[in-house]
Design a protein around this ligand. Structure first.
Ligand code: NAP
Length: 636
């Protein structure tokens, strides 16, 4: 890494550096841990709080230390000291986050933030099988979103032949399919990206859809995924043949051609928010004008001057409604339940070039910035989602941290809508915050105050050719109707038909698809050599899904390593291990906000069981998935 800046420019760039990330980076660059004790630890570990709440004097001193260290590095031989000891790294993490982080997080930080090398999760064999053995083995991946691409990269590193079957015409999964106005990620981008493909060039802290799509395109090209992918082809069913431990997979191309492919192992990477859920409202197909789901946005339509109706107020509507309101003559939003949305000043902010320069050129800085976001956006906020059994107001919140969140969000809504008591009443949810998917205010409340916008909370009776009839008998007429009604999140691996040992059908095993379960969200008894990415109970409401996908991929690669190095033909989760895990998981779930009696969302199935979310901390899940415990598997 070189530092392409003269002294003056270097000082200019450093003025934009995030200090909580900068000082640990400089400690790692110089090997001088004593720098940490010269300043008190940072506070407010947020992406916007670049000063870490340090006094102006300390800020200047830290920047001067960084300047001198980087100047020395720039003019030197470019070598780095060895990775600090675990003890020192713990101190660095604590200083960066401004609080005590257990030392167990050190190996996780080394991996997730790539503190020591660019790809610590690079696949390595213990004893590499022969080329013939590898050539004889074939993995089929279903889906080329962030999960499928991650698995493909690791298989490529291992030299294991694979094919991705992708129903769309391009990679990207959700970031390919969704393209509605103002779509952007709402997890900080320097954390919501692969640990092994840092991108210092994100334009925004929460980048827009096209940039995410360009990122996954570029990563796929770099890792030569294109050579092993069949686009516009869908997997219809998969059957396990016990006699040879092979999967037969029926696929159909967009031209209707069917074919059966065989594979030793199948990795499902079909995502959780992929199949649009159209509302079960009477007359939904009868509307005369254009009517489409938010994930199938019709870009041929100009909404200028149109009367638009939107059903749904979740994360998708939160993002596109403000943009639609700017064009439509009249916009009516139908809300079934209010959602909590909080304010984040960085949400729509762009990143200054100087900040990008720091990410690109200051050794270890990108990694420490990622670590900061990881910590601040996951395990640090985990307690906000945990029910405190002694909390005195369980109706409105679930504990002190959750109540403070409620107060801040309520204050924000009051600032936005305080002068309109009717809107206030409609917009303050009656359940504790974070019970449903947390949202970020994208100008939602100010949009509701516009003259041309109506928020309707009456129930919907039916959809007619002219519009929507509500329970009070009013007909709301529209030119265009948008269904922002979400996805079949709880129907894992659906609508694929999958039959395992003895012909047992996965959706039957899952009680008609209602009760999906897997060990670690990855493996299922009776379905040998089949692995899930983003399977049941792996949705990280507190963290990043890419983090989870990487953990799962590491685990799956561990299973494949075992099979190939030892000549096993099948690996299958033991039922008692699977069942005990799910019992522990359900018990843990009782402590989480999503089980609050007032909360109902796509997280739960009809009987109230949470089937999508992971109840563990990011650390716990990482620890469980570092490598498979072979005792837990039946191996043949
Ligand atoms: P969603 O969160 O499931 O919201 C669906 C909305 O439609 C809810 O307001 C729901 O009301 C309403 N609805 C569903 N069926 C209805 C019916 N029959 N009648 C009336 N209203 C109905 O879906 P989404 O907004 O598409 O978001 C899905 C998930 O995708 C998010 O939770 C998030 O994980 C992800 N996402 C992420 C981003 C991002 O990162 N930027 C952006 C968009 C989406 P109730 O609340 O009453 O159920």
């Amino acid at each position: 890494m070189n530092i392409p800046a003269d002294d003056q420019s270097l000082k200019k760039f450093l003025a934009y550096a995030n200090l909580p990330a900068l000082l640990p980076a400089i400690v790692q660059l110089t090997g001088d841990a004593s720098l940490l004790s010269r300043f008190r630890p940072s506070a407010s570990p947020m992406m916007g709080a670049v000063d870490g709440d340090h006094s102006e004097e300390d800020q200047a001193a830290i920047r001067e230390i960084a300047f001198l260290a980087l100047k020395t590095y720039r003019d030197g031989d470019g070598s780095f000291p060895p990775l600090p000891s675990d003890e020192q790294l713990t101190e660095m993490m604590n200083w960066c986050a401004g609080e005590t982080i257990p030392p167990e997080y050190v190996p996780l930080a080394i991996e997730e933030a790539a503190l020591a090398e660019s790809d610590p999760r690079h696949f390595e064999w213990t004893a590499r099988p022969t080329d013939e053995k590898l050539a004889d083995f074939r993995v089929l991946i279903v889906g080329a979103g962030f999960g499928g691409v991650c698995a493909a990269i690791r298989l490529g590193q291992a030299g294991i032949p694979y094919t991705i079957i992708e129903k769309n015409e391009s990679v990207g999964g959700t970031w390919h399919e969704n393209s509605y106005p103002d779509l952007r990620v709402d997890v900080p981008n320097h954390f919501y990206s692969y640990s092994f493909e840092h991108n210092p060039d994100w334009s925004d802290y929460f980048s827009k859809r096209d940039e995410l799509k360009a990122y996954i395109d570029a990563v796929s090209t770099k890792h030569r995924i294109d050579a092993n992918i069949r686009l516009e082809t869908e997997v219809l069913r998969a059957d396990y043949d016990e006699s040879n431990a092979m999967w037969s997979v029926l696929v159909r191309s967009s031209r209707g051609q069917e074919e059966v492919l065989t594979a030793n192992a199948v990795i499902s990477a079909v995502g959780m928010l992929n199949r649009p859920q159209y509302p079960d409202i009477k007359g939904v197909d009868s509307f005369d004008g254009p009517c489409f789901h938010s994930s199938r946005w019709d870009h041929t339509l100009d909404l200028e001057g149109k009367r638009v109706g939107v059903i749904g107020t979740g994360a998708s509507a939160m993002q596109f409604v403000p943009r639609v309101a700017e064009r439509a003559s009249q916009l009516t939003v139908f809300q079934r339940a209010a959602h909590w949305a909080s304010y984040n000043p960085s949400y729509r902010a762009t990143i200054e070039e100087e900040f990008k320069w720091c990410l690109r050129h200051i050794p270890f800085y990108h990694s420490w910035y990622r670590f900061l976001l990881f910590w601040a956006g996951s395990d640090r906020v985990y307690p906000v989602f945990r029910i405190d059994p002694d909390w005195h107001e369980p109706e409105r919140s679930i504990g002190l941290a959750n109540d403070l969140f409620r107060q801040a969000a309520t204050q924000h809504i009051t600032e936005q809508l305080g002068s309109d008591p009717v809107l206030m009443k409609k917009c303050i949810p009656d359940y504790p915050p974070l019970g449903k998917r947390p949202l970020m205010d994208n100008g939602w409340y100010s949009t509701l105050c516009r003259e041309n916008v109506d928020l309707v909370t009456e129930g919907i009776q039916e959809i007619t050719p002219k519009g929507v009839v509500t329970d009070d008998g009013t007909t709301h007429e529209f030119d265009v109707l948008v269904l922002a009604t979400g996805f079949h999140a709880g129907k894992f691996l659906w609508p694929m038909e999958i039959a395992g040992k003895g012909g047992v059908v996965l959706q039957d095993r899952w009680e008609g698809g209602e009760n999906p379960r897997a060990y670690l969200g990855i493996t299922m008894p009776d379905f040998p050599n089949m692995f899930c990415l983003y399977g049941p109970n792996t949705n990280p409401v507190i963290g990043s899904v890419i983090y989870m996908l990487e953990c799962q991929t590491t685990y799956i690669m561990g299973c494949l390593r075992e099979m190939l190095e030892n000549g096993h033909k099948s690996i299958e989760c033991r039922p008692e291990i699977h069942d005990a895990y799910n019992e522990r998981l359900d018990a843990e779930m009782e402590h989480m906000i999503w089980r609050h009696p007032k909360v109902n969302s796509y997280y739960n199935n009809k009987s109230g069981r949470i089937v999508t979310n992971v109840p563990w901390t990011m650390f716990q899940y990482w620890d469980m998935t570092r490598s498979p415990d072979l005792e837990e598997y039946q191996i043949e």
